[in-house]
Structures are given as C-alpha cells and as structure tokens.
Ligand binder design. Structure first.
Ligand code: CU
Length: 382
C-alpha cells in the first residue's frame, strides 16, 4: 500500500476502486434493507388478517359459579348464551399433610391445593370477588391466564387480609387455563400452593364423557428431606436451587392413592383437566397402562391423537381424553420417574370390570399367560 501511494496517479486509481466498492456495498445494503422492510410489512399484513377482532356476545342474566375441590370438576355448562358469572373465591392459610406424618402450611385458593376449579363458557362476563381471610399473614391477588388485561387481573385484585376485591373480565378465548397468586415475592406464593385451573368451555361445548377429573401437579421444597416427619417449613434455598423434596398430584403424595384413587368402570370415557402449578418443574404426564386418545396440547383447542406422555409446562395445562377399555389399575405418574417413586408424583385410577365387557378387555390385554422356568443356551462371556 505504501509503495502504491508513492505515485499520485496510482493513489487516485486506488481511491477510485475503493469508492466503487463502497457504492456497490451501500447499494447492496439498501436493497437488503428494502427486502427486509417488505418482508416485515407482509408479516404484519398476514397477522392482522388472521386474528379477527372477537365479537363480544351480549350478556343475558347472571348466575353464581359452582366451584369444586380437586379431583372434582363442576358439571358441563348447558347454557347456549353468554351470562354474567359471579365467582367468589376465598384465600386462606391451612396446615395440611403433604405426605403421611408430614405437615406443611399451605396458602390456598378455597382451602385446597390446587385451588377450586372454575368453569365458565366462552363469551361469559366473569365478575370475580377475591377474598383474603382475616387470619392470612400476607396480601394476595390472582393472575388468571384466561384474562386478557394487565397482570391477568393481578393488580386489580390485590387484597390485604380481611379485605375483598372485585374485578370483571370477558372469557373471550376457550381453553384450560392456570390461575395463580402473583403477589411479590410471586415465587413464594406459588411455591406455597397458590394455583388452580379455570376452564373456558368453547361455546359449542365439549363432547359428553362419563367422568371428568381435575389433577394438578406441583413441586414443594421443605427444610427437612422427603418424608421427614412433623411440621416442615418452606425452604427458599432448595426452591431457588430447584431441588424439590416433593413432586405431587393434588397437593399430597396420597391425594390420588389408596381410598383416594380415581374410580371408573370399564368402557367409560374419561376427560382429565391437567395442570402444572410448578413453581419450577415441568410435568411429563403419563398414565401407565393407557394411551391418551386425545390430548388438547397446552390446554388449547387443537387435539393430538394417541399420545403416550404429554409435557405440561409450569404455569400450563392439558386436557386428556381416553376410554378405559381394560379393567385393572391405571397409574398416573410424572415420567421423570424418580419423581413418581421417590417424591410422590403418583396416582391411581381403578377401572372396575364390567361383565359384558370382560371378554373384549381380555382380547385387548390377556394378563399373564405363562410364568415358567426355562433353560438358556446363550453363553454370557465377561
Ligand atoms: Cu398469594
């Protein structure tokens, strides 16, 4: 370069070539930028066309919402019009067993973990009254993932102990949604059990089934190790490290086992409203001994068929449907399997045999046909 610049003529040639390169580069950049903005415009155009403005149906009359404790679900909605649904939900602290002989001070929506199941219809106007019992030690609120609006209702519903707050929202989008407390520190409120599910039933309804169940997974962090007896305080350290002592369905290791097992009869259809409160872990939901015929992934409106294990994120849900074709016990687990057998994420559904369907069941699954000694000819070398 130094040698080239010794001659003024050569120097001008170099400058000329560099200027030409610069012009080409700038032109190319301009062309790319034009293409990019054309692309952005096209995307915007598509998105505004594919999401039409929802028409809000007119509201006729009003009714009180029926709330249920897990594993129960309010009856399907038979109305064919939108109404004002009044939900009244009270929050209070309650010490309950998280495992046999292990007590935990849960913070609850309605006295259960997960909280009361809420069922409304697409288009309904939901008037929500949130009450914080005077014995509570802290303020609470509610963020419903079904709400379109700031904080999912959190700011509008913040109440100190002994107060109630009221706000309203339109259930514009059908699906199964998580609700949870969103009062700072949010993670602490969620870790103590403040979550539940709200179903916004599509206006055309859901196909009729024989049973509907409400099952929600969550993880808990205690000062003592899993199974350590007595009252166990919350461990912030383990929660931050995501080292769960308990991973459970419906708030305890025994909520769905023994006498609490879900019960159906052979040939009956089942719909499960599944949720995951977290606070940290994803649920790898699986039913040992069943294939899920339909799974509405992530609680939305599109169903996948013939699913073995469905992933439910923390703060997410799924709706699973199947028919109990074979009699016997089905086992609900988180298929991150140490959680099932060592941390509590296990439940049972007992399928009672129906005599007329017994033979059909045996054609689908034989049960044991042989168990006998045999002699192997294989030689195993070390
Ligand atoms: Cu709270």
């Amino acid at each position: 370069m130094k040698a080239l610049l010794t001659s003024p003529r050569t120097a001008w040639i170099v400058v000329g070539v560099m200027a030409a390169i610069l012009v080409v580069a700038v032109t190319t950049l301009q062309a790319r930028s034009a293409t990019a903005s054309a692309g952005t415009a096209a995307v915007n155009h598509i998105s505004t066309n594919t999401i039409p403005m929802a028409e809000l149906p007119s509201i006729r009359g009003e009714e009180m919402a029926v709330l249920t404790a897990p594993p129960h679900v309010p009856a399907p909605i038979t109305r064919n019009y939108a109404t004002k649904v009044k939900v009244e939900l009270e929050m209070f602290e309650k010490t309950m067993e998280i495992a046999p002989g292990v007590e935990y001070n849960f913070w609850t929506f309605g006295g259960t973990v997960p909280g009361s199941f809420i069922r409304v219809r697409e288009g309904d106007l939901v008037e929500f009254t949130l009450r914080n019992h005077h014995s509570s030690t802290v303020p609470h609120n509610i963020d419903l993932h079904a709400v379109t609006g700031p904080g999912g209702g959190a700011e509008a519903s913040l109440v100190v102990p002994g107060h109630e707050g009221v706000f309203s929202f339109r259930a514009t989008k059908p699906g199964l949604y998580v609700y949870h407390c969103a009062t700072a520190p949010v993670a602490l409120h969620v870790a103590n059990g403040m979550y539940g599910l709200i179903l916004v039933e599509p206006k055309e309804g859901l196909p009729e089934v024989d049973h509907e169940f409400y099952v929600m997974q969550s993880d808990f962090y205690t000062e003592g190790a899993h199974g350590e007896q007595g009252f166990q305080p919350f461990s912030m350290e383990k929660a931050i490290a995501e080292q769960a002592d308990y991973v459970v369905f419906n708030g305890s290791t025994t909520a769905l086992t023994g006498d609490n097992a879900l019960k159906v009869r052979q040939g009956e259809t089942v719909r499960m409203y599944l949720g995951n409160g977290g606070p940290n872990l994803m649920s790898n939901f699986h039913i040992i001994g069943a294939v899920l015929d339909n799974v509405y992934l992530e609680g939305g409106t599109v169903a996948q068929n013939n699913v073995q294990t469905t992933l439910i994120p923390a703060g997410g849900s799924a709706i699973a449907e199947f028919r109990a074709d074979v009699a016997g016990d089905l086992i609900l687990v988180d298929h991150a399997i140490f959680r099932a057998f060592h941390k509590g994420a296990i439940g049972m559904m007992h399928v009672e045999e129906v005599p007329e369907l017994a033979e059909r069941g045996r054609q689908i699954f034989s049960g044991p046909q042989a168990n006998r000694p045999y002699t192997s000819s294989a030689v195993i070398e070390d």
